[in-house]
Each structure stands twice: as structure tokens, then as C-alpha cells.
Design a protein around this ligand. Structure first.
Ligand code: COA
Length: 248
């Protein structure tokens, strides 16, 4: 991992201006009326590697992330904005769950109603636990991205530009239930991939919720099963689907 230059980013409400070209900037984020649902890296989001260091680069150069569409703004957030997890409705009805058997993805039909995170206490599946888990990672140099439509918050991503040389890591990707299937995750992904690429990474590691929605999303990004998975991330989320995705 390279030496990190810690620089602070703009605040959450500061819109990005486009000075760099995002290779996928032509991607049109679709704000259609299609609605389906679903959420984890299952309840908690994707886990940080054990003993993960806070040395990750603040990918916060003055370079900025362009708006991916006219309707979805992707903004750099401050580490304290990890609290925006409070604004995400993570609930979802899952109809497909994946597992990995003999190095292959296996789907099974289910009917699982995943509730929203608890807003009370700091126990398992609470927002408080989630925020406290991810706060040091956000403060340690990961980049937090927010998706907005005007002032409306739609979703959140956290990216580490180098999990290991040449490989970034998407630690969090959550789109609030009312805003799914409108291209919000795609807009966040596009921005996260640009951050990874800017740091010289050609791939992105994801420990994905084993749901049909998350796996469907990552397969659509060209992700393949990590072989081998990152041992720390696998130990933290053994039920997740561990992907490596091309971003180069
Ligand atoms: C997975 C998730 C991030 C997708 O967000 P989204 O904004 O709805 O995704 P997008 O609208 O950008 O979808 C892009 C593509 O992903 C795939 N996809 C998204 N949701 C899907 C679903 N429910 N089933 C199958 N494929 C899906 C599709 O290919 C879709 O393209 P299309 O709409 O043209 O068919 C969202 O469902 C979510 O936040 N889930 C809860 C948290 C979670 O599981 N996060 C992943 C953690 S690793």
C-alpha cells in the first residue's frame, strides 16, 4: 500500500464540479418509474478487513466527480456524513439468495423480508452499530460518496482506492429503498470506479450481499468471483459473495 497523503474533502452539501472526465460519464442514470426492492452486505454492509489500517488515501484531490446524469448528483461527503446511513431505508424483500459452491455461484429461490436497520440502541442490525463500524474507516482515508437528486439524499457509497496494490475496495453501497432501480447505484459505482482508477487500481473488490439485487448489480458490472477471496473480508462476511470487478 502506498504512502498516503491525507487531505480533507469538501462537506456533504458541496456539489461537485466536473473538472475530470469520468470515463463512464456518458452513462445515463435512469430515473424511471420502475421500482423493485431489496438490501446487507446482509444487515451491516460490507465489512472492513480485520485490522484494517486507517492509512487509506483520502482520494480528495481537488479533482472532482462529475455529475453522472442531470438528475443524480454524486458528491464527496465528509467522514462525519457516515451518519447519513440513518437516512437509508435498507429494507427489502429478497426473492433470490446466492451462495458459492465449488467456485461457482448457486442461486436459490427464497422469500425473505429484510427489515430496515433498527434506529434504537446499538445492537446487531442497528444503524448506530453500523455507523460506529464504518466511522473510523471513513475517517481513516476512505472516500464517502453521496447520491442526491436536488436536496434529496438517495444513497451512499464508501470506497478505498487501494485495498492492495492495483485493487480498490467498495466497502459500502446502499441505495434507499424508495430510490432503487433508478440508476443510483450505477452512478455511485461509476464515481467509485473513477476514484479507484485515479489511484492506479484496475479492479475493485466487493464483499456483496448474497441477494439477487446486489449480485445482479455486480454481475452487471462484469464482476467475477474473487479467487481467492480476501481472507480478512471473507472471515468477516463468510456468507457474502466476494467479487473482483474490472474498473480499468
Ligand atoms: C444493490 C443495490 C445497491 C442496487 O441499487 P439500485 O440503485 O437499485 O441499482 P441500479 O438502479 O443502479 O441498477 C443497476 C443495475 O443493477 C442490476 N440490478 C439492480 N437491482 C437489481 C435487482 N433487484 N435484481 C436484479 N438486478 C438488479 C440491474 O442490472 C440494473 O440495471 P437495470 O435497472 O437496467 O436492469 C440496492 O438494491 C441496495 O442498496 N440494496 C441494499 C444494500 C445492498 O445490498 N448493497 C450492496 C452491498 S455490497
Amino acid at each position: 500500500m502506498r504512502t498516503l497523503n491525507m487531505a480533507r474533502g469538501p462537506s456533504s452539501d458541496e456539489p461537485m464540479t466536473a473538472t475530470d472526465s469520468l470515463s463512464a460519464a456518458s452513462t445515463t442514470a435512469r430515473m424511471s418509474s420502475r421500482r423493485r426492492s431489496r438490501p446487507h452486505c446482509v444487515q451491516t454492509g460490507c465489512r472492513a478487513p480485520s485490522g484494517s489500517s486507517p492509512r487509506w488515501l483520502w482520494a480528495l484531490r481537488t479533482h472532482t466527480i462529475p455529475t453522472v446524469s442531470e438528475l443524480i448528483d454524486i458528491r464527496y461527503l465528509a467522514p462525519s456524513d457516515i451518519e447519513l446511513l440513518n437516512k437509508i431505508d435498507r429494507s427489502e424483500v429478497i426473492d433470490t439468495l446466492y451462495s458459492v459452491q465449488d467456485h461457482e455461484l448457486v442461486a436459490r429461490t427464497v422469500d425473505v423480508d429484510v427489515p430496515d436497520w433498527s434506529r434504537e440502541g446499538d445492537g446487531e442490525h442497528s444503524v448506530r452499530q453500523l455507523v460506529e463500524h464504518w466511522r473510523p474507516i471513513a475517517e481513516g482515508g476512505a472516500t464517502l460518496l453521496g447520491a442526491y437528486s436536488g436536496d434529496e439524499f438517495l444513497g451512499l457509497a464508501l470506497v478505498v482506492d487501494q485495498l492492495e496494490p492495483g485493487m480498490a475496495w467498495l466497502g459500502l453501497l446502499h441505495v434507499s429503498r424508495p430510490h432503487r432501480r433508478r440508476g443510483v447505484a450505477l452512478a455511485l459505482w461509476t464515481a467509485a470506479a473513477e476514484i479507484g482508477r485515479s489511484a492506479g487500481s484496475t479492479s475493485m473488490y466487493v464483499s456483496a450481499t448474497p441477494s439477487g439485487s446486489a449480485v445482479g448489480f455486480y454481475l452487471g458490472r462484469g464482476c467475477v468471483l474473487a479467487d481467492p477471496p480476501n481472507p480478512d473480508l471473507l472471515a468477516d462476511e463468510p456468507e457474502d459473495i466476494h467479487f473482483v470487478c474490472p474498473i480499468g
